[in-house]
Structures are given as C-alpha cells and as structure tokens.
Write a protein that binds this ligand. Sequence first.
Ligand code: ADP
Ligand code: MG
Length: 345
Amino acid sequence: MAEKRTELSDLGEFGIIERIKNSTKNKNKSTVEGIGDDAAIIDAKDKQLLVSTDMLLEGVHFDLSYMPLAHLGYKAVAVNVSDIAAMNGIPTQITVNIGLSNRFSLEAVDTLYQGILKACEDFKVDLVGGDTSSSASGLVLSITALGQAGKKSVVRRSGAKKGDIICVTGDLGAAYLGLQVLEREKQVFLSNPEMQPQLDKYEYIVQRQLKPVARMDIIHELAELKLIPSSMIDVSDGLASELMHLAKYSKVGIQIYEEKLPIDKQTYDTGYELGIDSTTAALNGGEDYELLFTINQDDYEKLKNHADIHFIGYVKEFSEGCKMVTKQENLIDIKAQGWNHYKKD
Ligand code: ADP
Ligand code: MG
C-alpha cells in the first residue's frame, strides 16, 4: 500500500502552524505565551521578554531584480520590529542568519548589512549575533528580534471584547500595489532593456513595498497616553487575515466599514489604473506593517483626534462572524486570503 501523503497546500501556512502548535507542550513556567501570537512572551521577573522571528527567501518573498539589497536588509529588520510593536513592546536586540549562494560578492553582503544597520539605528536595536552559511539557491535571510514589554502592558491577539473599537494606523493596500507596479516595470524591462522604469508617479506605493516602517512611533504615543489596547496584531498578511486572527483568538465577531478603510490617493489611483479594487488591496494585499488594534470605548477620547489612527469598526459577538459593511451598505463576509505560499491557484 502506498504511504499516505498529504499536500501542504491542503493545510496552508496557518494550518501547518496550527498543527505544530498542537504538537507542542511548554515545560517551562517562564514560557508565558508560545506559538500563536506576533511574538512569544517569556517571563523575566519584573517584565516580559518578547521573541519574534521571520524568514525571507529569494524568489518567494523578494525579487532582487527590483528589490535593492540595502532595502531588503532594512525591510527584514522592520518586519520583525513590527511584530514586537504588535505586542506593545519595545525592540532591543536582533540576530541575523544569512544563507548566501556564490552569486553574491562581499560588496553585496556589505550593502545588505548597510540596510540592516540603518534599520537597527532607526528602531534603536542592537545586532548581537547570527549565523552565516552558504546556500544552494539564492539568498536566505532570517532575523530574530528580541524585545520587552511591561507585565501589564503586553498586548496579545486575544483580548478584544464586544463593543471595543477597531483601530488601524496609517494606510492600507499601498505595499501591494507598489509590488504590482514593480512587477509590471520588470516585465517591461525584460521585453525591452532600453526602457527606463517610470516610477515617479508611484513613489509612495513603491516605497511602501521596498522600505516599510515598523510603527514604533504609535507604540510610544500609546504609552504616553497611558492607553493599553485590548488586542493588537500587525498587518503583514492583509487586513482581512489579521481581523480574522483577532476574532479567532479573542473569540469575538468583527464588523468593519468599507468607507472607513484608510486608503492613500496614490493607492486608489494606481488600483484604478491596474484594474485592482483598492478595497481588495487593503483587505488582502498585505505587507503594510501597520498596527491593527482594539480599544475600549472609554479610551476613544484619547485617540479621536489622532491624525494617523483610523476607526474602522466594532468588535461584536462571536456568533456575528467577521463582516464588512460595503459602501453600498451591503453586509458581506470577510474572507482571509492572506499569502498562502503552498496554495495551488
Ligand atoms: P506573523 O505574521 O506575525 O509573523 P506568523 O503567521 O508567521 O506570524 O506566525 C504565527 C505564530 O506561529 C507565531 O507565534 C510564530 O512564532 C509561530 N510559528 C510560525 N511558524 C512556525 C514553525 N515552523 N514552528 C513553530 N512555530 C511557528
Ligand atoms: Mg505579526
């Protein structure tokens, strides 16, 4: 009899993680939160240590034909810092693992580290270690970020309560449309190398794709306002997917309003040009690295005039599911597409 074989695409990334999570049992009292949130939480007496790790693979997560190495280094740090921010934490150190094929020169490694070190400066973290290996297929970059949070101020995905207000920072969908523009210019260049890319008009969205910023500014402002969100996650896979994570872990329902979604004009215009609905880009595009969080209604006063925090909906009862009120006032189900690297089309 043939051995049983299950395709990874049957589970998808989240299914695989769930399976790994279910096969672990933590032995140490200091492991406060293991697999499942933006970062693990480890008890360190008077505070909580946070640990988060992310891996970027050439050909899967980035394409060096339009992603400059310095930007890649910067982005790899920023996405990890963003996971620490999503726990309401302050990042402190990173370690960097790289796998290099012989295609890369010493100069290329220097450029990659220029980006990594610039991000370390911007986000005030120290590079304290890592590992270096050769790679059979292109560039592999894996970063682990360590951070800290107060015992009472650490924020999980699981604390949202019915009636809470759903907030999101910045704007959404830009990084995805920036990627579409870069992909298009690459194709144009491949078919005619004489053509220079026309990126001026897309500057903002391209920069959102190439050089995302972790929203540590928001974390510091929340601390100054003495406001602790009830739940939080960063938007790496797209708003829809992140809302569903908050709903699942908090055991609540969600209702958002399409007209409240923060979408930059350049995102909207480029979406129109490329035939991509900007709401779809905001919901499913991903890589925005903004913060999605919920607050108690009593805290609304503290944030209501904030220029860069947007109130997009409410936390509902679990039984109400995850819904969006469209601009035409229809109530539709939110479906998480996220990025499933294993999924067949
Ligand atoms: P994020 O998008 O915030 O980086 P992920 O969806 O990548 O989060 O991961 C969700 C959770 O699953 C995190 O706690 C992460 O540490 C954990 N996780 C992901 N992959 C693995 C793995 N291969 N083994 C153990 N834990 C994993
Ligand atoms: Mg995250």
